[in-house]
Structures are given as C-alpha cells and as structure tokens.
Design a protein around this ligand. Structure first.
Ligand code: ADP
Ligand code: MG
Length: 238
C-alpha cells in the first residue's frame, strides 16, 4: 500500500505546455479514476508518474518519498497499457515473469509468483500459450498478471479495456476492481469513459486541457458538479 502525492505537476513538449500544474492526493489503497476527453493529458500525466516521461515541473512522491528522478524500474510502480504490450514470441508464463527476470529474481521465485498470479487471474491453464492463442479478455488478464507479479506499491492503468467489446468491458471492470480491492494496491486508472469511472472509482479526477476541473467521489461529482464541463462530462441531470 502507498500514498501518492502529485504536486504542481507540469509538462511541456517544446514550447507547448500540456499539463498546467496538477495537484492530486491519493490515499493508501485508493482507486482513483483520471477522466477527461481525448487529448486532455491523461496519458502524459500517468507516464510522468511511471517515469516514462520527463517532468517539466512539480513533484511526485510515494509514501512521502520524492520519485521525480528515479528510473521507472526503481519506482515500485507497475503500468498496464491499452494495447497490453505483450511479447508475441513469449508464452504467458514468460510474459508474466519477464520483468522479474530483469530484476534478477531466482527462477524458483519467478515461477512461484507467476503461478500465484495465474491462480488469481484464472490463467493456470494458459501459462504455456502464446498471446496470439488467447482471447482479448485473457490477454488483458496477462497484462494485469505482469503488473501483479511485481507486487508494486502502485498500479497505473491507461485505458486498459478500450480494445474489448462492450460486454467483456463491463465484466472486466468488475474483475479489475475486485482484484485491486483484494490486493489493496493504490491505483490510478485512466479512462475517457465516465461510466467506467463512475462504477469503478473511489475518487474521480476530471481533467480538461491539462487542468483539474474537479476531484471528488463519483456521487459528489454527479450531484454537485463544480461547473458545466464536469456536469456535461459526467452526465449529471441539468
Ligand atoms: P490523453 O491521454 O488524455 O488523450 P495525451 O496525454 O496523450 O492525452 O496528450 C495530451 C496533449 O499532449 C495532446 O495535446 C497531445 O497532442 C500532446 N502530446 C502528447 N504526447 C506528445 C509528444 N510526444 N509530443 C508532443 N505533444 C504530445
Ligand atoms: Mg491517452
């Protein structure tokens, strides 16, 4: 479990600033959805937390410790991408264990963690398969398995369900949330789908053009939107 603090965070690409000083506090074990229209800066913000994008200004800390200058692998943070980024030539087991191998864990320990994650994700029967031989939902679970085996302090998800059909998407929402509750891992979940955010999150951060419009519990945003943008985006009754 971990507490995450994002303070006055800024990002510029060349002369163009796309994140204009964002503040978000996330409690231990909390599931926070980061929502907003396409291009508002959700992925950029998440990638800065992951260490995949340089910070232009501000601070990110985990459990009170600044992580601004740490390499991604030293951040104790695991990210699940929209396209899953699975290695096509590797089996499910190898995909799930790869990062641990890079960390230098023993084969026995890797095997133990991969089997435990496969059990949690209902992937036991698929460990020897390659990603091409899996359904979309199973690939999504492998991507989650890769994050789980690292036992990180923080999970980051960037639109993880957008490649799935509507029915599976609804099912996976519940699966991800159940899993997150079970593990108690602090989570930032990016989505442009307000229904996904409303049904999954403890707290929602509404972003527009690189600025936070409102932060609150789903029902707070619904019943007491701070402005017309939030009301329209969340779908509050007008
Ligand atoms: P979202 O994930 O909310 O759709 P992004 O974080 O991908 O938004 O993008 C936010 C803004 O930053 C957009 O205007 C986008 O064009 C711009 N942007 C993202 N990545 C780059 C980059 N590598 N170079 C220049 N501009 C970028
Ligand atoms: Mg994005």
């Amino acid at each position: 479990m971990a507490q995450v603090e994002i303070a006055a965070l800024r990002k510029s690409y060349g002369a163009l600033e796309v994140i204009h000083g964002v503040n978000v506090s996330i409690a231990d074990g909390e599931f926070v959805a980061l929502v907003g229209p396409s291009g508002c800066g959700k992925s950029t913000l998440l990638r800065m937390v992951a260490g995949l994008e340089e910070i232009t200004g501000g601070d990110i800390s985990v459990d009170g410790k600044l992580i601004n200058d740490l390499a991604p692998r030293d951040r104790d943070i695991a990210m699940v991408f929209q396209n899953y980024a699975l290695y096509p030539h590797m089996t499910v087991a190898k995909n799930m264990g790869f990062a641990l191998k890079l960390q230098g864990l023993s084969t026995g320990e890797i095997d133990r963690r991969v089997k435990a994650a496969a059990g949690i994700l209902d992937l036991d029967a698929y460990l020897g398969r390659k990603p091409a031989a899996l359904s979309g939902g199973q690939r999504q679970r492998v991507a989650m398995g890769r994050a789980i085996v690292r036992a990180p302090k923080v999970f980051l998800f960037d639109e993880p369900l957008s490649n799935l059909d509507a029915k599976l998407r609804v099912q996976m929402r519940a699966e991800i949330r159940e899993l997150q509750k079970r593990l108690g891992t602090t989570t930032i979940y990016v989505t442009h789908d307000q229904v996904e955010a409303m049904t999954m999150a403890d707290k929602i951060v509404v972003l527009q053009q690189g600025r936070v419009e409102q932060i609150g519990a789903p029902l707070d945003l619904y019943h007491r939107p701070a402005n017309l943008f939030v009301a329209t985006f969340i779908g509050s009754p007008q």
